[in-house]
Write a protein that binds this ligand. Structure first.
Ligand SMILES: C[S@@+](CC[C@H](N)C(=O)[O-])C[C@H]1O[C@@H](n2cnc3c(N)ncnc32)[C@H](O)[C@@H]1O
Length: 430
């Protein structure tokens, strides 16, 4: 079915954005799942992109939008109406859209949402005030707070000031980071791509680009990978000819880093769909790895490895800058299951290592239970000792008190931040 061109301009995209907001905020679905289920497929490409951008920005700015709305209503309206208002407030205060189009669309969406006519009147009255007063108020409103299931854990791991700095980082979003197949050519590619060469060896592009059009993409000279994520594979220090397992590999950023060292890499992941991305990535970059689709807990044990990278499934709370839906789509109820799975995966990984073999355990999480605690208890269970490989660009503040690195989205604040991670390199006893 194609789009109805008799609709006022922008209405399709706004309606779809509200639908995405409802999916995340009311149905607790992740944006990636909603987008994958084809909710935007009926839209023209430009409207699809606009709907996705509006929903993402509104989720990122939700806390501030609610503060503004609360100034102009006696009582917050029901969720369906509130989401229409939130979107409109973000368009007025962040996107700088012309008020008449935003207000008309919001009133129109209220009428179509089946809410009482009172809500359309409310939208009209509130948004006219927001259009004149909101943009001035906006910069002084603090960023959205992390939700109750997450914030106290982050304060416990760091402190209140860092939790606030992390919230500021969440608001800023994430630049585009690149890992090179050949890191010796970093200066050449930084120049070609107009990118900043980061102290750890990744490249950073802080402007809007069409990734597939950039130099070096087609020939597979690099891939997209957050700068913090890229440190974990460097920590494993894989050597040419070593037998290496990437235990939760998809979509393959770390597999490619390991394969680029000349190691003999096996990439394992439970998901056939996600493993297809690993295959595609390896093909584009001309790198090789043996692919195994299997539960890590049932990984074949006919080979023992020199080194294993375990980038375990986790809450992904370190990636909220990129996934502002995550605090709302998750509620912390699945955490205990994840903690148990991570511990079981570490035990399996240790059993697959040669004596003296190396394990890097990492999670893109802001939770002690998914990082420091897993490392500490695994070291005690298996007699593992920490290895401290030489790494470029590591700052002393990043070192965790239990060993390894504790990376926070608030680090490198002046150059665009990084994903939150815990990572540690460990050695199995001889
Ligand atoms: C954090 S992601 C890995 C990212 C990847 N290492 C990279 O750098 O591109 C975690 C992965 O674990 C996989 N996974 C989840 N449960 C698993 C299991 N029981 N066995 C193997 N893989 C699993 C997921 O499919 C997902 O691809």
């Amino acid at each position: 079915m194609t789009q109805d061109h008799t609709q006022p301009s922008g209405l399709h995209a706004r309606r779809a954005a509200v639908q995405l907001l409802r999916g995340v905020l009311e149905e607790k679905e992740q944006l990636s799942v909603l987008l994958g289920s084809g909710v935007l497929d009926r839209l023209e490409p430009a409207d699809r992109a606009r709907a996705q951008r509006l929903a993402t920005t509104t989720l990122r700015e939700l806390g501030r939008a609610d503060v503004v709305i609360s100034q102009f209503v006696e009582k917050m309206p029901p969720e369906v109406a509130l989401n229409i208002l939130r979107l409109a407030v973000v368009e007025l205060c962040v996107e700088g859209e012309a008020p008449h189009g935003v207000v008309d669309s919001a009133v129109n969406l209220m009428k179509r949402s089946g809410r009482s006519p009172r809500m359309a009147g409310l939208a009209n009255a509130v948004l006219r005030k927001v259009a004149t007063e909101g943009p001035q108020m906006w910069p002084d409103i603090p960023p959205s707070r992390m939700p109750k299931w997450l914030r106290p854990r982050v304060v416990h791991l760091f402190d209140e000031a860092t939790a606030q700095a992390i919230e500021t980082a969440h608001l800023a979003g994430a630049p585009l980071d690149i890992t090179l197949r050949d890191e010796d050519k970093a200066e050449h590619w930084a120049e070609q791509l107009g990118a900043e060469l980061l102290p750890t060896g990744s490249l950073r592009i802080d402007r809007s680009v069409q990734v597939t059009e950039l130099p070096g993409f087609a020939e597979g000279a690099w891939w997209i990978q957050d700068a913090a994520a890229a440190i974990a594979a460097r920590m494993l220090n894989a050597q040419k000819g070593e037998v290496v397992l990437d235990m939760c590999a998809a979509p393959g950023g770390k597999t490619m880093q390991l394969a680029a060292t000349g190691a003999d890499v096996t990439a394992l992941d439970i998901s056939p769909e996600r493993m297809a991305w690993v295959e595609e990535n390896l093909q584009r970059t001309g790198l090789t790895a043996k692919l195994v689709i299997e539960d890590a807990l049932n990984a074949p044990d006919d080979v023992l490895y020199d080194a294993i990278l375990l980038d375990a499934p986790c809450s992904a709370t370190g990636t909220i800058r990129r996934h502002p839906d995550l605090p709302y789509a998750k509620d912390g109820t699945q955490l205990n299951e994840l903690f148990a799975l991570q511990a079981d995966m570490i035990d399996t990984a240790v059993s697959l290592l040669k004596p003296g073999g190396r394990l890097v355990f990492c999670t893109c999480s802001l939770l002690f239970d998914e990082g420091e605690r897993q490392a500490k208890t695994a070291m005690a269970r298996h007699g593992l000792t920490e290895i401290e490989p030489e790494l470029k660009g590591i700052e002393s503040e990043w070192r965790s008190r239990v060993g390894g690195l504790r990376l926070s989205p608030s680090y490198w604040a002046d150059r665009g931040g990084m994903d939150g991670f815990f990572m540690i390199a460990l050695r199995k006893p001889e």
